[in-house]
Write a new protein. Structure first.
Lengths: 230, 408
């Protein structure tokens, strides 16, 4: 560690307008994420975990401050550039898997590569390898409805890492699965992190995730309350 | 390819909704193809009746005849005009017109006698083919006349019965003669049905003591020839051979009916539009519901970097696939229906000689098929479906990924 951070947040604030009330989701948040980290962002509901992931993931715009991803200031990018950044440099894993129900496991994992314009044979080689890696070999042609929750989340992980992103942002990735499945998912992500150097940032309430994370950042009221590296 | 596959699968996620939408589009297309065919058939048949049987495209009268029709107001030398018209390549015939009282038994009524030369007239008019019963005029049967069907009914005469005609001849004498009903026409037009008696030109001249001249020259243009250009040719021919005449196209003679023909096509399109607006609302509703149900998916697509353009394309392709299905099924289903209406038609004889603006409809209402019969309804359906699907597609493309992903 100690290298140049791949993600850098400085005095980031996010204020939502709810009716006539301003809701301060983030209040001057500052932190860095370095390559290869396995970081859990935890904190009570409303502490700003998901907001922070949305801002890092270029899904939302901050109110003030600075977010730099691989040397690019997100605030300076237009919509198209942000969309390309998400496509090429960021992987997303959602709580509810959010796979395309009409696509097979293979097609879901292939989606980002297709959007990137990767040619068919290269896509096939990459996706078949990924599905084997996440333990879904032989299930390529199953649709999400034919897979368990854990298997769906594995497809989502394969989709997230298919484009070799600089970071995978996982919003409560184990919230919808039982503890045993959660354990296997964490094993998988840890393995990807360890063996392939994939950087993971989770938002979580799950003690299992916090136990396995090598860095735990606790947010309270939109600020970093503690930052523990293990 | 992937968009096409996704779109196709998306359609069958709610197969019942897709089937209902496609069925409605198919039914709309089918009914519009059939309606267009029937309207084209009706207008075509009316135009045929009007131009091929009654008016011709252009008519020549002596100046002032049309304002005050009179046996004395005639084209001086119709044969010279007919020869001049022959040289232009236009088909023409001369007719003599005179009013008379016709009677049979105790019944009498006013009628318009139309004198003609059958051979020459047959080049121009199809009236000789429109007999309901009996036979057309024949020079071998000098006293044989052919009547409009209502006139025959009024006089209670049938083929073979005698008919007395009374009028004033041009020399001031009383014109009267005994004729024999040789044929009765089908319903053609108000004027012909109710009060027309066709007879040989020589008999007409004898009856009215009219040695020369004719009251009307009917001219037919060639297939596809511009009406104004044809009228110009007739005017040139008339200027050289028959001074003191007026040349009028059928549109000038019957402007009301010309408007009916012109506006009929527009009317077809208006009806099609109304039908399709209903379909558009159905498509809009179906696609909006489909977009609303999949709002999270669009959010995820946007989040992982799928461009708004691709999301837009996905919805448009879904709409296009539904349209393609409807067009395919609709056209296949249209074939037997078109075959039926074009070959057998619908018997409207029960309507008792229905006429529109004085022009009778055929007893069997047959459809017609032209490229427009198919292309018109198909293009309007594509346009309406495109417009209807555009709004949901733009909505999906513009979706905010965060709001969409967290949409409940």
């Amino acid at each position: 560690m100690g290298a140049e951070p791949i993600i850098s947040l400085r005095d980031v604030t996010k204020v939502y307008r709810q009716g006539s009330v301003d809701v301060h989701a983030l209040r001057g948040l500052t932190m860095d994420v370095e390559a290869g980290e396995f970081t859990a962002i935890c904190g009570p509901s409303g502490s700003g975990k998901t907001t922070m992931l949305n801002l890092i993931g270029a899904l939302d715009a901050m109110t003030s401050g600075s977010i730099v991803l691989e040397g690019r200031e997100l605030a300076s990018l237009n919509k198209k550039e942000l969309s390309e950044l998400r496509r090429d440099r960021i992987g997303f894993v959602f709580q509810a898997y959010n796979l395309m129900p009409v696509l097979t496991a293979y097609e879901n994992a292939e989606m980002v590569l297709w959007v990137q314009g990767v040619d068919g044979p290269s896509r096939r080689e990459r996706v078949m390898g990924l599905l084997e890696q996440v333990g879904l070999k032989g299930m390529e042609n199953r649709r999400p409805s034919e897979l368990s929750g854990g298997q769906q989340q594995r497809v989502a992980i394969a989709r997230a890492i298919a484009s070799n992103p600089v970071v995978v942002l996982a919003d409560e990735p184990t919230a919808n699965v039982d503890s045993e499945t959660a354990e296997t998912l964490l094993d998988l992500m840890e393995e990807l992190n360890r063996e392939q150097g994939v950087t993971f940032v989770f938002s979580t309430h799950d003690p299992q995730v916090m136990e396995r994370a090598r860095r735990v950042v606790r947010l309270v009221d939109g600020r970093v309350a503690s930052d523990e590296r293990r | 390819m992937k968009i096409l596959r996704m779109a196709w699968r998306n359609l069958w996620r709610n197969g019942r909704r897709t089937l209902v939408t496609v069925a409605a589009m198919t039914l709309a297309l089918w009914s519009m193809v059939l309606y267009t065919s029937l309207m084209e058939g009706m207008l075509g048949s009316m135009e045929t009746t009007l131009l091929d049987v009654e008016l011709g495209e252009i008519q020549v009268h002596a100046d002032g005849y049309r304002e005050r029709p009179s046996i004395w107001e005639r084209i001086e030398d119709p044969d010279a005009l007919l020869r001049a018209l022959d040289e232009t390549g236009l088909r023409s015939t001369a007719r003599l017109l005179g009013g008379a009282l016709v009677a049979s038994g105790d019944v009498s009524t006013g009628a318009l006698l139309k004198g003609l030369r059958p051979e020459r007239d047959a080049l121009v008019s199809e009236v000789h083919q429109r007999l309901d019963r009996g036979e057309w005029l024949d020079p071998a049967d000098a006293k044989g006349v052919v009547l409009g069907y209502r006139l025959a009914r009024t006089l209670a005469v049938e083929v073979g019965d005698e008919l007395v005609a009374l009028s004033q001849a041009t020399d001031g004498s009383m014109a009267n003669d005994l004729f024999r009903v040789r044929g009765v026409l089908q319903s053609l037009s108000e004027e012909t049905d109710r009060a027309t008696v066709f007879l040989l030109e020589d008999e007409f001249r004898g009856f009215f003591a009219l040695e020369d001249g004719a009251h009307r020259v009917i001219v037919r243009s060639s297939e596809g020839q511009d009406l104004a250009a044809a009228a110009g040719l007739v005017e040139q021919a008339a200027a050289m051979s028959a001074p003191g005449v007026e040349v009028r196209s059928w549109r000038d003679l019957l402007p009301g009916l010309a408007n009916v023909f012109d506006s009929a096509q527009a009317a077809v399109q208006v009806v099609a539009f109304v039908v399709y607006v209903v379909i558009a609302i159905l498509i809009l509703n179906a696609m909006l519901t489909a977009v609303f149900e999949r709002i999270r998916e669009f959010g995820v697509l946007k989040a992982i970097g799928v461009s708004p353009r691709r999301v837009l394309a996905l919805i448009l392709v879904e709409g296009a696939l539904q349209s393609a299905l409807a067009i395919g099924i609709g056209l296949v289903a249209s074939l037997p229906a078109l075959w039926f209406v074009t070959t057998r038609g619908i018997d409207v004889g029960g309507l008792g000689g229905t006429a529109i603006m004085g022009v009778a409809m055929d007893q069997i209402w047959t459809g017609a098929v032209s490229p427009l019969t198919i292309a018109g309804p198909v293009f309007i359906l594509l346009f309406v479906a495109g417009v209807a699907v555009l709004f949901p597609a733009i909505k999906a493309a513009r979706i905010n990924p965060i709001e969409a992903i967290h949409h409940q």
